[in-house]
Every structure is written in C-alpha cells, then in structure tokens.
Design a protein around this ligand. Structure first.
Ligand code: M6R
Length: 608
C-alpha cells in the first residue's frame, strides 16, 4: 500500500513522477504529493484525496527540476489530510521523504526528536525519518539513510531527497516492494515497474535491508553496512499500452475485455508439440512431484477464490488432498506442512503481506513453495522455491478481473501437470483437458459479446440493499467471488454460499425481491441447483440464473437468465465469473462510484 516513485535524469521530474504516480495510484488514493529539486530549493506539494486534486493544485505552479520523488497514500498513521500527505520534511525544509509501510517504533523516536527540539508537523510515523536525516546528515545521504534504517523497526520503503544533493535520490527497503528502473542518463525507483515502464523496461529488484543510491549516471546498491551488492537486472515485457485505459472509461472495464488474451498468455508456451505440458518453472523433478502427499494453497481475496477452484481441479485430477487457506490465518494456526507438502501461494501482486508471511512460514517448515503470481520480480516470486507467472499483464483497477482469470487458467495447468507426472490421469485425458482449456479464450470472448442484458440488469439492481450468490461445486468459489466483487465495487451487502447451505440459515435473509444470483451451468449437480432456485424463489427472491446455452431446466424459475456457452463443468468458472464482474462494475457505474478505485481499498495490501 502506498505508491512511491523517485527520479533523477534529464527530463522534467514533475512529469515523470506524476506519470509514475498515475500508474501507482491503485496502491492508495488517500492523498498524493511530490518533491522537486528546483535549483537549490526543494519544492514540496501535497494534497489530500486523489492524485487529480494534487494535479489541480499544482497546475499553476512552477515546479521545474530534473530530480523528484512522489507518493500516493493509503493512510495508516493519521487521517487522510493535507497535513499527513507525503512527502514529509525536516524542520529546515531541506529534506523530503516518502514512505510506504509502518515504522513500529516511531513513538519512541518521536519522543527523542521532540526532546532534542524538533517540531512535529504531522500525525505520521514517516516524519521521524525526515528529522533523523536532518540530525545525522553530514554530506553523505546514503550513509545517513543506512544509519537510520538500523534504528527503524517495522516495514518500510523510503525514498529520500536532500536539497544539498542535486544528483542523488536514496531509497531503502525492508519487507515491502522496491524496484529500480535503469535508463540512459536517467534512473528510477518505484513500488513496481509501472512507475517507470513508460521510460525504461530494464529493471532490478532490491533485496531486504538494501539501500539504493540513484544518480543520473547509474545506480549503486549497498547493504546496511555499506558494502556494494550485486543484483540481477531483468527485462519487463509488459506493453505500456496495457497500463493505459485505451479508450475505456475505467481500467476495470478494459481489463474485463482483456480476459481472453490473459488466458491465452497463461496457456501459451506451456504445451509441447505432443499436446502435453512442459513446466520446467516448477523446478521439481518428476520424483519430487510423485512424492507430494498434500497440497496447501494460500492466498487472499479473489486469489483465494482461484485457489478454491484449484482445490476442485487438483483433487479431481491428482487424487491428492488439497487444503485452501486464507493466508492471513495460515501461520497462526500452526499448520501441518512439511517436506512432502506442495504449497501454492497465489498472488496477483506478489506483494500481499499476508501471503508473503504465510509463504515464509511454509518454507520454514520445509514445504516446497510454488508462487503463482502476475508480477515478475515481486517479493513472493523471489522468496518462493519456484514461480509460475500467470502473464495476465498489468492490472490497474483495484478489483481484480483478468488477473483472477489468469490465475484460474494457471491452477488448471498446474493441476493437469501434476496429474500428468503422477500418472493419475492418462496422457490422452490430459491432452483432452488441455484441448478444452485452449478453447476457453474464445468461449470467454463469446460471453463478453453477450453482456448487453447484464448491463440492463445492473441498472435494475442498482438500488438493491443485499444480493446473494449461490453455487455448487466450482460454482461455490465463484459465488464467493461474485459477492466480493459486488461488495468492493458497489458497496452493496453481498454474500456467497454453497447453494446447499442456504437452508441451514442464510435463506432467512431472503425477502420479497431480494436478488439472488444462482450459478447453474450444466453439470452433475444441475438438478439440485434447480431445486435451490425454486426454494429461494418460493420465498420471494428475484432469481438471476447463469445457465448454459440450451438448458431450459431452470428457465421456469428464473426471473432473468444469463446464458453462457457449454463447456466441461470443472472449467465453468472461466465463464460464470464474467457476467458477475460486468454486473458489479456496471452497478457501481450506475451508482456513480469510482469503479477503479473503490473506497478504503488498495490493490496491493502490504500490511498484515
Ligand atoms: O495481489 P493479491 O492477489 O495477493 O491480492 C489479494 C487480494 O487483496 C485481492 O484479490 C483483493 O481481494 C482484490 N481487491 C479483489 O478484487
């Protein structure tokens, strides 16, 4: 949470920094701010609210200079006001600091600073760093930051500029993401590569407790002892256009449209000419794979729902027990994992603190951890034993759509590969399932092409107070996903249930007209689902049924039918998810809400 960017080069820093912040705004939008070194003055502008407020506030101002830092905030310490917006400064106004994370011992540090005569001007933990730089700076900003980092507890990425350092931005990292962008005569730091993707595709990851000195001529990374450390650079092949809205009103609407391509990318290059899978990226020998005794999937939010679908697929195809655990709970219940456990950590951002801590716990128990992530170079990808990149492309909207779609494709691929190697499905069957998967991008496109009636439905449901989602089998995780999307986007109370469970309590929620979305694509439990639709309708529900083309079994009991093409029942989540995404986005739009940046949320949740 919080997006940070730093730049030193030949371009006007304000433009570069604002461009980076626009792309990082998904990380938090409580306030935004910049500091630009203009001649010998460090000019700081900051404003509560979205980046647009800051842009408006500075539109008439002169902020010329080729060194700058910027921040977009998700508030932790202190309310989202101008006063608490970053950058924060020292007493003399010579230092500017932006920060992502929390400094846990800041109160002790504040007391010391106040005793030594520093005046506090915000409620934030961050401000202490600016005052500590003021106290300790003796002409070597990097050494100063290294010394301060040793005294900080908690998680942080810091980016610091000093009025007396016209060619230097210093950044430091502990537990939270920081990436270096390597340019020609210009260099960058950012929370992720989108901060600088418009300027360079060459990136370098920063490891734990490292300090980065960014100058026009190059970048030096040291540990906290000041020893220079090497690191790998990598090329980012994300298309810049993919991080733009491309004519859509909201990123989310564009990202929904990009889902067929996301699945194609996830599947692409992972199949051999003989129609079987080839997954070197798992870094496991066939013997290792045969020795797996259980699979544990850890993830949060929508990624957790992808994991639940993975459970159905892996158990069916591999005959292995699979547990799916919310990452935030995993390590606190002393889970039973060990050498014969394959842990799959699913995370779009690869930076979710809960997932990262769960991953670390699993590795400490000697489990083999496979990261399934969308983000190359992310912390999860670097700390796992192996990585399966989902290749969904940059996802900017806070509500995840194409990244979840790519995760679903990924869990099917991983499940089929395990089955292939373990021999629990014969090769012809694996080929047949892969052939079905390869058809999915076209079927997803078909669903997308039919969304007109769903948009109309959204207008009808925009004033609903509560919506329920029901599904069975793989429809159950998708019911959870439908409810999550509606909650986060439209702020409508929504819950997902296994359809068979509602009679055990939730059915009491149904009143005359309560919308109930039932995921009822054709599969073995169809008859039971038809019963459930009747049960809720008998109690006054307005039934909205997602059904397979040609299936008329539910039509007598459905107030609205949303049709999807036929596919194998295990793969239906790739289709049923689409109308629910569109429905939630369109209800949010009809209610006049910000589809891309729902209130109180941030895309990358880097606090526990
Ligand atoms: O980056 P991650 O996949 O680890 O993020 C996990 C959740 O925070 C994320 O899926 C969240 O639930 C989204 N807002 C869902 O749209």
């Amino acid at each position: 949470m919080c997006g940070i960017v730093g730049y030193v080069g030949e371009q006007q820093a304000l433009e570069v920094v604002l461009g980076g912040l626009r792309r990082l705004e998904y990380r938090g939008y409580d306030s935004a701010g910049v500091a630009i070194l203009s001649g010998s003055d460090l000019l700081v502008e900051r404003k509560a609210g979205k980046l647009a407020n800051l842009e408006k506030a500075i539109s008439e101002k002169e902020l010329a200079g080729t060194l700058g830092i910027g921040h977009t905030r998700w508030a932790t310490h202190g309310p989202p006001t101008d006063r608490n917006a970053h950058p924060h400064q020292d007493c003399a106004g010579k230092v500017a600091v932006v920060h992502n994370g929390t400094i846990e011992n800041f109160e002790v540090l504040v007391r010391g600073l106040e005793e030594r005569g520093h005046a506090r001007r915000s409620d934030t933990d961050t401000e202490v760093v600016a005052h500590l730089v003021e106290e300790r700076y003796d002409g070597d900003l990097a050494a100063t930051v290294r010394s301060i980092c040793k005294d900080l507890e908690g998680s942080f990425v810091l980016v610091v500029a000093h009025q007396d350092e016209p060619d230097l931005v210093v950044a430091a990292r502990r537990n939270l993401p920081l990436v270096i962008g390597l340019g020609d005569g210009e260099n960058f730091v950012g929370s992720d590569v989108t901060a600088f993707i418009a300027h360079t595709r060459e990136a370098r990851a920063v490891d734990q407790d490292q300090v980065v000195e960014v100058r026009r001529s190059g970048v030096v990374v040291t540990d906290l002892g000041g020893t220079v450390v090497d690191g790998e650079t990598y090329h980012v092949d994300w298309d810049t256009a993919a991080a733009e809205k491309g004519g859509h009103e909201f990123f989310m609407l564009k990202e929904i449209e990009e889902q067929p391509a996301a699945v194609r990318e996830t599947l692409g290059g992972r199949m051999q000419e003989d129609g079987l899978l080839h997954l070197d990226e798992l870094s496991m020998s066939d013997d290792d794979i045969r020795q797996i005794e259980q699979v544990v999937i850890i993830a949060c939010g929508s990624s957790y729902h992808s994991g639940l679908v993975g459970k159905y697929a892996i158990e069916r195809w591999c005959r292995l027990p699979v547990q799916v655990e919310m990452a935030s709970e995993f390590r606190y219940r002393d889970p039973v994992v060990g050498r014969s456990t394959l842990v799959i950590a699913i995370s779009q951002s690869g930076e979710t603190a809960d997932t990262l801590e769960a991953l670390r716990h699993a590795r400490a128990q000697k489990a083999w951890v496979l990261a399934v992530t969308n983000t190359v170079g992310s912390t999860v990808s670097r700390e796992a034993d192996a990585v399966f990149y989902t290749r969904g492309g940059p996802e900017v909207a806070v509500a995840s759509t194409k990244a979840v779609m790519a995760q679903l494709a990924a869990v099917y691929v991983v499940g089929l590969y395990l089955a292939q190697v373990r021999g629990t499905r014969d090769t012809d069957e694996v080929r047949a399932h892969l052939a079905d998967l390869l058809e999915m991008p076209d079927l997803i496109q078909e669903v997308l092409d039919r969304m007109g009636p769903v948009r109309q439905l959204a207008r009808e449901l925009q004033d609903a107070e509560r919506v329920l989602f029901l599904g069975r089998h793989v429809g159950y995780p998708m019911a959870l996903e439908g409810a999550l999307k509606l909650k986060e986007l439209a702020y409508i109370s929504a819950e997902g249930f296994p359809a068979g469970e509602i009679k055990h309590g939730p059915i009491a929620l149904i009143e005359e007209g309560t919308p109930v979305v039932v995921l009822a694509p054709r599969h073995a439990l169809q008859a039971k689902l038809v019963n459930n639709v009747q049960e809720v309708r008998a109690r006054g529900a307005r039934t909205i049924v997602i059904a397979t083309d040609g299936d008329e079994s539910v039509t007598p009991y459905a107030d609205t039918v949303i049709r999807i093409p036929d596919t194998k029942s295990l793969l239906t989540p790739l289709l049923t998810i689409v109308p629910m995404q569109v429905l939630s986005a369109e209800i949010a739009r009809a209610r006049g809400l910000d589809v891309d940046q729902p209130r109180n949320l941030a895309k990358s949740v880097t606090v526990e």
